[in-house]
Design a protein around this ligand. Structure first.
Ligand SMILES: O=C(O)CCC(=O)C(=O)O
Ligand SMILES: [Fe+2]
Length: 320
């Protein structure tokens, strides 16, 4: 579906309505930006996450490598299906439910084109959401269902470890996490990667994100320098979102990241977002924990500006 954008992009360049991204031509230069850690030692994990503005690549996470590989194959099949097979889930109305869309969500306001197709849907509870998932490939619902359950287990294990560092009781996040969403971003090879972006610089607005990837393309910003994240297909990249920054009193940071393109290989990132209801967080946050900022944000968030706050937050910041 992306290919039609090529011509739009060329036209925009001619009309000087867009610019070239030199940084897209940079390659992956080693695993400088993420620390690879196992899930054995919770202390080590919470310390690392606390002291690091970086993403962390998690290994020994408990999700089987076989399942991760199957999911990779499944999504490659999905995105390579004929358009007619994908049309049943195609939608440009980003809301609840399952949708497949090309480029960004707000094309008229974008000042950069995103060279990607994204499939997104909710995951939990499974029996409520899986009937809206794609019917093809035929094993989609069964396999992705298994995956969401495994990722959920891993997610709460990691959250418990981080929670320990914040003084929260075990299982705290199970009580407040309301939504588990998946976004699968497919970036086909781009004839000229300097004309477009995969996904522009942003921090995730949710609590925590778990990302599986197969090719280089994900970068994070550190001290104003963009650095590549190791594309280890068996690791999960754990990325703290803006909600974590709020509820941790800014002890934890959410890193700005983006996805760049390449001209030879396609790339797929399989991303799971955990989203708590912040009302629940504020209601249940233990009084023994220092939560000055939680209190400060409560007034901002628990009112009519709540939606606006997140809408503004996800508004992409374009940097070249
Ligand atoms: O594709 C990637 O590596 C990044 C995706 C991402 O940041 C997102 O979906 O929020
Ligand atoms: Fe993101």
């Amino acid at each position: 579906m992306c290919i039609r954008y090529y011509f739009i992009l060329l036209l925009e360049i001619v009309r000087k309505k867009t610019r070239r991204f030199r940084h897209c031509l940079q390659g992956y230069s080693g695993d400088q930006s993420s620390k690879r850690i196992g899930l054995k030692s919770s202390n080590k994990f919470s310390k690392l996450v606390k002291n690091s503005a970086y993403f962390n690549s998690v290994i020994n996470h408990g999700v089987s490598e076989e399942l991760m590989a199957d999911i990779r194959v499944l999504y490659n099949e999905f995105f390579n299906m004929p358009i007619e097979d994908k049309l049943s889930v195609y939608s440009e109305n980003f809301g609840k439910g399952c949708s497949l869309y090309t480029s960004g969500l707000n094309k008229t306001k974008e000042d950069v084109r995103l060279w990607k197709d994204t499939l997104k849907h909710e995951c939990h509870p499974l029996d409520k959401h899986s009937p809206s998932w794609p019917e093809k490939p035929a094993r989609y619902r069964e396999e992705v269902g298994k995956y969401t359950v495994e990722v959920r287990k891993m997610g709460f294990k990691i959250l418990d470890m981080i929670g320990e560092g914040l003084g929260l009781s075990e299982g705290y996040f199970v009580e407040v996490i309301q939504e588990q969403l998946m976004a699968i971003n497919h970036y086909p090879p781009c004839p000229d990667p300097s004309l477009a972006m995969g996904i522009v610089a942003h921090t995730d607005p949710n609590l925590i994100t778990f990302l599986q990837q197969d090719q280089y393309g994900l970068q994070i910003q550190n001290d104003r320098i963009w650095m590549g994240i190791d594309p280890n297909p068996n690791a999960f990249v754990v990325n703290l979102g803006h909600q974590f920054k709020i509820i941790s009193n800014e002890k934890l940071k959410s890193a700005e990241h983006r996805g760049v393109l390449n001209s030879t290989a396609s790339r797929t990132s399989i991303v799971t977002f955990f989203v708590p209801d912040l009302h629940d967080v504020f209601r249940t946050w233990p009084s023994s924990t220092n939560h000055f900022l939680v209190m400060e944000h409560r007034s901002i968030l628990i009112d009519s500006k709540y939606n606006l706050f997140f809408a503004n937050h996800v508004k992409y910041k374009i940097r070249s």
